[in-house]
Design a protein around this ligand. Structure first.
Ligand code: IDC
Length: 411
């Protein structure tokens, strides 16, 4: 979706109609025609930017995007079509779709060109409906973005940035969930990590300091403002403020994290945001462990972080981090209310729900078989909840069954 400047055309027309006489009425405002649909999110907000802590529209007003994340296209590719995106826009009211492109896990590395084409196709569909999309380089195992398995990142991002530098709706997420797992178990216990190493903020920063300039370079070539780039943070996007602390704080050791000396290792680029992911059944106010009740309170941690860094919540689920099991809507309310400004920075944090898919896990918004049947509203309990949330946040519809004020987290 390109923007066409018609200011120049308007001047030419004035000259012609005045038969070459000097036209002394200057064209005061450059008229910009955008072919994003009228009243669509991108048409209204334009090119996004980060000001201080806040994601803002082109004019500097705060913006909160809310939408869905895809699952892996290699597993449920039939869920992502022109028709499903249209339903998500028109009936669910999403303003952003995260395009999760796994790199390992049978993803991009098996067919780089095929996956890249699919990415472009989905970017184009999002543009056609005037919603933002997130180009997610979805690394998972190994969890180090510098791993040789991810060596294709720079070429991939150069290609996308070159193609879309003059489009306003493309956001970049340069690495999903950095984490310490290098290798997963065999087929008997595929979820078990068999080899670990520390993946620190400094390693992520080294990666970001290569990829972000590569993206920016393509935008600079056409004189376009730099796009929003979301950067992953250690421990599956949970140690969000690692760039403000010396050393590595791992696990849920609150005392350890709090005692690390402060530093400023933020990335030195405009329009950078830090990724945060939560799964409410697991990441919440903490729970008892070994008889102790002072376990890590993620709410309290993020409440503070949101006053320090611009954050984008590109993934969250109502269930546990394995994407399955019991849902916790009340605790999800608590998180989403915090993201909607009830935090120390009064920051409006954009979010995407995991996931728009129809597999058998409880995090899927659709029931198994829904995508093959093109039944885009065959909702699971998670899907029902999130569809209501989106209508409250994006469409401003009152629905007291979600985002209950009684669930506000207060410090
Ligand atoms: C999970 C999928 C699952 C797939 C697995 C691949 O739900 O079907 O087998 O990935 O290893 C994340 C990750 C995301 C996970 C999701 C749910 O970003 O890739 O998807 N999750 O476990 N972080 C926390 C949870």
């Amino acid at each position: 979706m390109k923007k066409i400047l018609i200011g120049a055309l308007a001047i030419a027309a004035l000259f012609m109609s005045s038969c070459g006489r000097n036209v002394n009425k200057p064209v005061e405002e450059e008229i910009v025609y955008s072919n994003y649909p009228e009243n669509s999110p991108v048409e209204r907000f334009g090119k996004l930017q980060v000001k201080d802590l806040q994601l803002c529209d082109q004019d500097g007003n705060p913006v909160q995007l809310a939408g869905m994340s895809t699952m892996g296209w290699q597993w449920c590719g039939e869920c992502y079509t022109q028709e499903s995106v249209e339903t998500l826009v028109r009936e669910w009211g999403i303003s952003v779709l995260r395009l999760a492109m796994y790199v390992e896990e049978e993803g991009y590395n098996t067919d780089p060109e095929g996956f890249r084409d699919r990415m472009c196709n989905l970017i184009d569909i999002c543009g056609e409906y005037g919603i933002y999309c997130i180009v997610d380089w979805h690394i998972l195992t190994p969890g180090n973005p510098l791993d040789p398995k991810y060596a294709g990142a720079e070429d991939f991002f150069r290609f996308i940035a070159n193609k879309y530098a003059d489009s306003d709706h493309v956001i970049y997420e340069i690495c999903n969930e950095p984490n310490n797992c290098l290798e997963k178990g065999d087929t008997l216990k595929p979820w078990e990590c068999t080899k670990e190493t520390d993946v620190t903020w400094d390693m992520i920063a080294e990666y970001a300091n290569t990829i972000i300039p590569a993206i920016h370079n393509e935008y600079d070539k056409v004189g376009a403002p730099h796009p929003i780039v979301i950067v992953g943070t250690p421990q599956w996007d949970q140690l969000v403020d690692a760039c403000l602390k010396e050393g590595m704080c791992q696990g849920n050791g609150k005392d350890l994290c709090d005692s690390l000396p402060p530093r400023d290792a933020r990335l030195q680029f405009d329009n950078v945001m830090y990724a945060f992911h939560f799964y409410s059944k697991e990441h919440n106010e903490g729970f008892e462990k070994d008889g102790k009740s002072d376990y890590y309170n993620m709410y309290s941690y993020m409440y503070d972080v949101l006053g320090k860094l611009p954050v984008f919540c590109s993934e969250f689920g109502l269930c546990a981090a394995n994407g399955d099991g019991e849902l916790d809507p009340d605790r999800t309310d608590k998180w989403l209310l915090m993201l909607s400004g009830k935090n120390s920075g009064e920051q409006l944090v954009s979010f995407c729900n995991w996931s728009f898919s129809d597999n058998e896990r409880s995090s899927s918004a659709l029931n198994p078989g829904a995508c093959a049947a093109k039944n885009w509203n065959d909702l699971t309990p998670s899907g029902e909840y999130i569809k209501k949330v989106l209508s409250v946040v994006n469409l401003g519809k009152a629905d007291s069954s979600v985002l209950k004020e009684s669930n506000v987290y207060s410090k």
